[in-house]
Every structure is written in C-alpha cells, then in structure tokens.
Design a protein around this ligand. Structure first.
Ligand code: ADP
Length: 181
C-alpha cells in the first residue's frame, strides 16, 4: 500500500476535506495531510493554527499524519517517500486547474501519481472560502466544519471587531467579519 500526501491550504479544514481524508485512509497505508506554507496568500488562520485544527479533526484516524511544507509538492512527496498525491474533485470548474496541476507534477516527478477522489455529493458545494463567506454574512457554519473549527472562526472574527453584526447565529459571538481571502 502506498503513502499519500493530501496537500492544500485547509484555511480552515471543512467536512469536505475530512471526508476525503477518511476515504484516503481506507485506500492508503498512510495519508499525510500537508498544509502548504504559501507566502503569496493571506490566510485567516496561521499554519500552526490550521495544523492544530486538522490534528483535532483527524484524531479518530490511526493512519493520518499532519504536517506542513513549503516549495514544490512533488519535492515534499519525495522527501516523505510518498507515491501518491491525493486531491478532491468537486465541480467541473475544479477539473481544469487540477488536471493542469496533475500534468505539471507528472512532468516534474514521473514516479508520483495524482489520485482524485470525487467529493461526496453532500459536500460538493463546500469550500473553505464558502465557509468564510457564510460566516462573514452571519450564517451558521455548524454543518460545514467541525464544532471546534466553527468556534475558532467565530473567535477569530470576534477578535477583529466585537458586537457589530446582528445576524450571527445564537451560538456565535456577535461580530463584524473581515472579507475572506
Ligand atoms: P488548495 O488551495 O490546494 O485548493 P484547499 O484546502 O482549498 O487547498 O483544498 C485542498 C484539496 O481538497 C483540493 O484537492 C480540493 O479540491 C479538495 N477539496 C476542498 N473542498 C472539498 C470538498 N468539499 N469535497 C472534496 N474535496 C474538496
């Protein structure tokens, strides 16, 4: 059985990501969830916060490792002796970008395969950006991310500005939310 790297931003991890991780764990000896340290993005959560969120969210899985990396994913995969890059596919618009990335990675490292898992249909609309957007406009995100991540999001925005948004759900602090990246 192969070792798989599941790379991404995970800003923050959603139930869609967790679904892919759980299914990856059944297919591969080990799945390494790898947070890309990307200096070109301004994320809501630091890499360390995201690592912690992913660790808590995957604590029920025995063959998961959580790590971060910078630079080319294929270089990181080689360092970790992984043979597979795991990616999730949602809608058709994911496909073009993912295929381009898979071809690029194959050219850089012919021995590494990209494996796509189709999203479970209940998560096909779900992305980290959507979660941040919903929270920003005061909607409940409790069905989209684990509870501890939802609390982190509410807390994070509460730090920015407290007491301004009248439409946040009952359980959340009432805050104004900054625009997601
Ligand atoms: P990236 O910036 O690399 O796209 P993301 O954290 O947004 O990082 O996504 C990481 C991977 O998880 C990607 O392959 C993405 O397609 C997949 N993914 C994200 N959301 C879902 C979802 N709801 N269902 C299935 N796969 C998903």
């Amino acid at each position: 059985m192969a070792i798989a790297i599941y790379p991404g931003s995970f800003d923050p991890i959603t139930l869609g990501h967790i679904d892919i991780i759980e299914r990856g764990c059944k297919l591969f000896e080990k799945t390494i969830v790898a947070v890309l340290r990307n200096p070109n993005k301004s994320p809501l959560f630091t890499v360390e916060e995201r690592l912690q969120q992913i660790r808590i969210s995957t604590a029920h899985l025995s063959n998961v490792e959580v790590d971060s990396f910078e630079g080319l994913t294929v270089n990181y995969a080689r360092i970790r002796s992984a043979q597979v890059l795991l990616r999730g596919l949602r809608v058709l618009s994911d496909f073009e970008m993912e295929l381009q990335m898979a071809h690029t990675n194959k050219t850089l490292a012919a021995e590494i395969e990209t494996v796509f898992l189709a999203t479970s249909k209940e998560y096909s609309f779900l992305s980290s950006s959507v979660v941040k957007e919903i929270a920003r406009f005061g909607g409940s995100i409790d069905h989209f991310v684990p509870q501890h991540v939802a609390l982190d999001i509410y807390k994070c925005y509460a730090k920015t500005q407290h007491g301004q948004n009248p439409t946040l759900p009952e359980t959340a602090p009432r805050v104004n939310l900054p625009h997601p990246n």
